[in-house]
Design a protein around this ligand. Structure first.
Ligand code: NI
Length: 201
């Protein structure tokens, strides 16, 4: 048989199988991701189950009804995370009452050290509307995956018992329904973040 005929038969089998009995493993996944692409919805965010800084079990649904501003980091982070949280704190201060329409979520990528109590202590230095989230390593890994966030534990060569965590650091603005709206680099200025939040909230 020539190659065109072969392709037609294979395609026919894959397409036919989705409505028929035999489903190739992976074919459904391929079709699912294809339909996500054609709908044009950015697949950032999604369901998560974590624990907040008071020790309460929460999920993505806990924060529905208000925008969220999601930021991943860890309390031992020497500079990037504190700077990011400071920008959020100042931007919330600038937008006045509109700040009540957004819940900033600081999600730890270092659940081993970031217990709820540790997060609560750390967040005292920032706006008290910022919610700290942690969980098991599996829960945090799943959440980071949903947000396309990279993180990796890196050994400290000089202090064998110590480590740091490399991580990507964007702010993700999510809608009250939990859908991705926009992301900002952590290097965004307070002024621009405030202006962006003001536009949306
Ligand atoms: Ni950091």
């Amino acid at each position: 048989m020539n190659w065109k005929l072969a392709v037609t038969i294979i395609l026919g089998f894959i397409l036919g199988s989705t409505s028929g009995l035999a489903l190739l493993p992976g074919a459904q996944n391929m079709l699912n991701s294809a339909s996500k692409l054609t709908r044009g919805v950015a697949t950032v965010g999604g369901p998560f189950e974590l624990v907040d800084q008071t020790g309460k079990a929460v999920s993505d649904k806990t924060y529905r009804g208000k925008h969220t501003l999601v930021y991943f980091g860890f309390t031992h982070c020497p500079d990037i995370c504190p700077a990011g949280l400071q920008v959020i704190t100042e931007a919330l201060g600038k937008i006045g009452g509109k700040a009540d329409n957004v819940t900033p979520l600081f999600i730890s990528v270092d659940p081993e050290r970031d217990t709820p109590a540790k997060l609560a202590e750390y967040l005292k230095s920032f706006d008290d509307r910022i919610v700290g989230l942690t969980g098991s390593l599996a829960q945090v890994t799943d959440t980071a995956k949903a947000y396309r966030v990279y993180f990796a534990k890196v050994a400290n060569k000089r202090l064998p018992d110590d480590y740091t965590v490399d991580h990507s650091s964007f702010f993700y603005l999510m809608s009250p329904a939990g859908e991705f709206v926009k992301h900002f680099p952590h290097s965004i200025s307070t002024k621009i973040l405030a202006r962006e939040l003001q536009k949306v909230l």
